[in-house]
Design a binder for this molecule. Sequence first.
Ligand code: UDP
Length: 318
Amino acid sequence: MFTRSDSRPITVVTGGAGFLGSHLTDRLLSEGHRVIGLDNLITGSVANIEHLAGNENYKFIRQDVSNYIFLPDDVDFVFHFASPASPIDYLEHPIPTLKVGALGTHNTLGLAKAKKATFLLASTSECYGDPLVHPQREDYWGNVNPIGPRGVYDEAKRFAEAMTMAYHRYHHVDTKIVRIFNTYGPRMRLKDGRVVPAFIGQALKGEPLTIFGDGSQTRSFCYVSDLIDGIFRLAMSDFHEPVNIGNPREMTIKQFAEQIQSITGTSSQIEYRPLPVDDPKVRQPDITRARTVLGWEPKVDFDTGIRQTIEYFRPRVG
Ligand code: UDP
């Protein structure tokens, strides 16, 4: 059991075996935190945390945080990162996605309140839906289809933000909300359906790169270490409104496919497939708030980040 016997913070990370949760855990451990990872492993993987086996400052509990969370430990921070987070994952797990955003957020806020801990919600650019304002600022309320296939994720996260602000205003819990834009890097799952692992995997196997729609839709990709740094700064700040964290470098999906072709040197051609329902046409974070409040901006350029990601995937492509 972790107790406040010394000055090292005790920190809970839900979704701790996921792509972002595991990178966040590494950062927290390097900052001297003791970390309790919770994950039901429906999309997370123990491979992401196996390097922590035997680390006395880390423990992992397999648990679905949509159910009541019992922890005897003292807790200083709760980072709620548990959720399926790629379009095919939340299409495959629509009800767990709704539950972890709603019930899981309620439970983790309850945990933070009971332990007098600071709470940070991993929210998403999906709160802006298919945005009518571009780039997206935090004061934009979004354009979300509640009953479309992406609605299970978007509305769960919007509810989670509302719940977080209610705990802040009514229970005076110290809360933060990060709206995470497209992020990439090592520990993404090759087959999670997102465009970065999809194109890299296809390029490395010599298979066609599958562009959905005509490829004119845009995304802005942030390297994982930059994202984690922004989140860590936000957790340590005293700012309670949502903050966008992402890289404003915007490109079309077609441009992204061409970059992957050229960096990997693949002979893969491009193949066009139907655009998924409600696929946002544009996405780019306005990071003025993160710059001003947190003194944060991304540092890793696209070429460096994408090459590191390709090297991670190369031995994993079957
Ligand atoms: N996409 C694509 N081919 C793929 C996977 C995704 O063209 O094999 C497109 C997808 O339609 C979207 C963009 O790439 O416009 C980013 O998709 P992703 O699933 O990575 O995340 P999203 O930003 O849509 O949540």
